[in-house]
Design a protein around this ligand. Structure first.
Ligand SMILES: Nc1nc2c(c(=O)[nH]1)N[C@H]1C(S)=C(S)[C@@H](COP(=O)(O)O)O[C@H]1N2
Ligand SMILES: [Mo]
Length: 404
């Protein structure tokens, strides 16, 4: 898939990198990566008037969190099944990168590959591709609910319900690339490493167990919604790990290390670990390592929502890593009684599902809750244990709605 966007970007980047600049240009200033070359001097006026931005996309449609690393999607902007790229949430641990695809390489190395090798962009695109509809969700999506619902705020970006989006991804199975590098039978861990800086380790990284890495639906993706993968989402190549927490979906991939030992890095010891009284330590982690997402649902309404009295068709999105959404219910009385919503479509692959219901809204302050159930029988629980970093909140969300 070499679309017009790719050709334009290549030309643009060729111009930028004429004279042999390094492969990676950070979106703004110094990314902290010693291999990164600072971006060209901005025009003085702009530099004086515009705050530095960590992103390439227009941030207007988002809730921009003040950590400067999180663009929360507004579900109320969406009514289709696929999230348009301009509304697709972004989570960076540093800043978005502008990678020069001509000098970019993906290396596969480690003590569990027989033929360590590197791939160019053309090598990757020459492999048979797959297309998957898949939602992508930050492990911290709904984190604000620990404070709002449980009365105990968890550390981290206070995402409400927009740390999730649904895309159509094109890529090659990671397993085909690992096979070409001669992955050995005794491989245990596959470590995905991005080109962006992350202190104290260089390169945002995440470990996958070999079984998940070899699953035919675990992709190295280079396309999103029929276009080139955008720079904010990891151009030229990112991991797509269906059902797993957002951080497994490493963007701007540069290296993959395959190991005979179980690997531990910051992102399965310090971050992305469920730490709390109900979670036993696991290996080098002080709690349970967050791997798969959990079943959730949310309304596509502003927070808080303001509606005129009368009949409304209210819609929202539900998703589960375990299988299709079978049922969504809604409640106006904090879960004492539930009504059936309509699940809009048979769920495709790893997509989220749309649901809607008719509400004859009376004037006043309301709290609307939704609760999803999947085909495997998982339902959003009434109560989940607290964890310090606020991952995987999936109690029904009490959405505030004022009707006038
Ligand atoms: N290289 C790299 N990959 C990354 C991250 C990052 O900071 N650097 N953030 C991760 C996190 S925490 C999430 S939730 C997802 C978000 O993907 P998106 O920005 O494409 O929506 O990317 C993941 N991949
Ligand atoms: Mo995330």
């Amino acid at each position: 898939m070499t679309g017009p966007a790719s050709i334009n970007r290549r030309r643009f980047l060729q111009a930028l990198s004429a004279g042999g600049a390094a492969a990676v240009l950070a979106a703004c200033g110094d990314s902290g990566d010693p291999e990164a070359t600072p971006a060209a001097e901005p025009i003085a006026d702009e530099a004086a008037t515009q705050p530095a931005s960590a992103w390439f996309k227009d941030t207007t449609p988002f809730i921009a969190h003040d950590d400067g690393k999180s663009l929360e999607a507004r579900l109320e902007n969406m009514d289709g099944l696929i999230t348009p790229e301009r509304f697709f949430f972004v989570r960076n641990n540093s800043v978005s990168l502008d990678v020069d695809v001509d000098s970019w390489r993906l290396s596969i190395e480690g003590d569990a590959v027989a033929n360590p090798r590197t791939f160019t962009d053309d090598d990757i695109r020459a492999l048979p591709s797959r297309t998957l509809v898949c939602y992508l969700e930050c492990a911290g999506n709904h984190r604000a609910m620990f404070g709002l619902v449980q009365g105990r705020q968890a550390k981290g970006t206070q995402w409400k319900t927009g740390g999730v989006s649904n895309g159509e991804w094109v890529g090659v199975p990671l397993r085909d690339v690992l096979t070409q590098a001669g992955i050995t039978d005794d491989a245990v861990s596959v470590l995905l490493i991005g080109l962006d800086a992350e202190s104290p380790e260089q390169g945002f990284r995440r470990v996958l167990p070999v079984a998940k890495a070899l699953h035919p639906d675990t992709l190295l993706a280079y396309g999103l919604n029929g276009e080139e993968l955008p720079r904010d989402h990891g151009y030229p190549l990112r991991a797509l790990v269906p059902g797993w927490v957002g951080s497994s979906n490493v963007k701007w991939l540069g290296r993959i290390v395959v190991s005979k030992e179980r690997l531990w890095t910051r992102n399965n010891t310090t971050s992305y670990v469920l730490i709390g009284d109900d979670y036993a330590p696991e290996g080098q982690a002080p709690g349970k390592v967050a791997t798969t997402q959990v079943i959730k649902s949310a309304l596509a309404l502003p927070w808080p929502a303001l509606l005129n009295a009368g009949a409304h068709q209210v819609h929202g999105y539900a998703h589960s890593p375990e299988g299709p959404i079978q049922r969504v219910e809604w409640s106006l009385d904090s879960g004492a009684t539930w009504h059936e919503a309509t699940v809009r479509e048979g769920q495709v692959q790893y997509s989220w599902a749309r649901f809607d219901f008719e509400w004859d809204a009376r004037p006043g302050e309301h709290t609307v809750m939704t609760r999803a159930t999947d085909a495997a029988g998982n339902t959003q629980p009434d109560e989940i244990p607290f964890n310090e970093k606020g991952y995987l909140f999936n109690q029904p969300v009490p959405h505030p709605v004022r009707v006038t």
